[in-house]
Design a protein around this ligand. Structure first.
Ligand code: GLN
Length: 305
């Protein structure tokens, strides 16, 4: 197994030249474009890895799964989905356009930036410190890594350059989608995006989502099976943004990408798979990561869609 994974990684690695590391958050520009790692954790708790599986990266939009799962647990589906939709959008992840076009001004889904920022604002905590620690606490339980932490340099880099997310958030407050203090809500968003992890950490998170909420390594029940089902369904339909349809055809597994180069894929009742390769395509998805997942899905017959 480890040999097959290593072969798939080395086969995909040269493709990093077809993409580019994100630089719109300046600190992300320091990532190694040719880094590529994979880790798999099964629902039985067995683990495999290859390539740069200890390479630390910021989880970026993969964190949207954590804040969404927290909101669904604390508030329920009714409360969350009355204000944020559940359907895919053909627009880029940070698009502002449809916030004014949709009849009720709702963000399309909780995995685009607007939807994720809105969901964070619904969380029942008074300020960013408490909200962030609740998200971090859940991320630690999902990964089983109690040392998981925010990379301060990446957080500050995004906070000082994120005019687009500020625009989304202020617009949503003007239409009463977003609750509370915009800068405080964004602070949680920037911090959770900057949580640093390895593919080994994220594969355990994926295995927990695959297993219906029980972390197969710690044995702890972290989420309800219903919350996992909703999160997996949104990953399948919206997790790769405007590349979700193409990814479903190529790979056929629910997945969520981040501009740090990570992709977390979940094969229900079987395993979590995490890959990281910081060179991205035009839609913000890891070029080599998608290639690795496509080959692995074919080799191991993982397709569920
Ligand atoms: N922090 C990033 C942003 O808001 C997350 C985007 C992503 O990973 N696709 O732009």
């Amino acid at each position: 197994m480890d040999e097959m994974l290593a072969a798939i990684v080395e086969n995909a690695r040269p493709r990093h030249g077809n993409g580019a590391v994100a630089t719109y958050i300046p600190e992300l520009g320091k990532a190694r474009a040719d880094a590529l790692g994979i880790a798999i954790v099964t629902v039985e708790g067995d683990s495999y890895d290859a390539g740069d599986s200890d390479y630390p990266f910021s989880i970026q939009s993969i964190s949207k799964l954590v804040s969404l799962a927290l909101a669904l647990t604390e508030l329920g589906e009714e409360q969350v989905f009355s204000r944020v939709g559940v359907d895919p959008t053909p627009d880029p992840f940070n698009s502002i356009m449809r916030l004014e076009m949709d009849r009720i001004n709702r963000p399309y889904n909780p995995l685009v930036n607007a939807g994720a920022i809105a969901v964070i604002s619904f969380l029942p905590y008074r300020e960013s410190a408490a909200r962030t620690s609740a998200v971090l606490d859940l991320a630690r339980k999902l990964t089983g890594n109690n040392a998981l932490a925010v990379n301060e340099a990446i957080y500050l880099s995004e906070r000082t350059t994120s005019d687009r997310n500020r625009a989304l958030a202020y617009f949503m407050r003007s239409t009463s989608i977003l609750d509370g203090d915009v800068e405080d809500v964004l602070d949680t968003y920037f911090r959770q995006c900057s949580i640093e992890a390895t593919v080994k950490d994220l594969a355990i998170m994926g295995a927990t989502l695959a297993a219906g909420g029980i972390n197969p390594v710690s044995g702890e029940r972290v989420l309800s099976s219903r919350v996992c089902r909703v999160v997996r369904a949104l990953m399948a339909t919206c997790g790769m943004y405007d590349g979700s349809g193409e990814f479903a055809i190529r790979v056929g597994i629910p997945a969520k990408s981040g501009v740090g180069g990570g992709i977390l894929a979940v094969v229900p009742r079987r395993m979590g798979i995490a890959v990281c390769g910081p060179a991205l395509d035009a839609k913000g998805n890891s070029i080599c990561g998608m290639q690795v997942l496509e080959e692995l899905s074919r080799e191991m017959r993982l397709r569920v869609l």
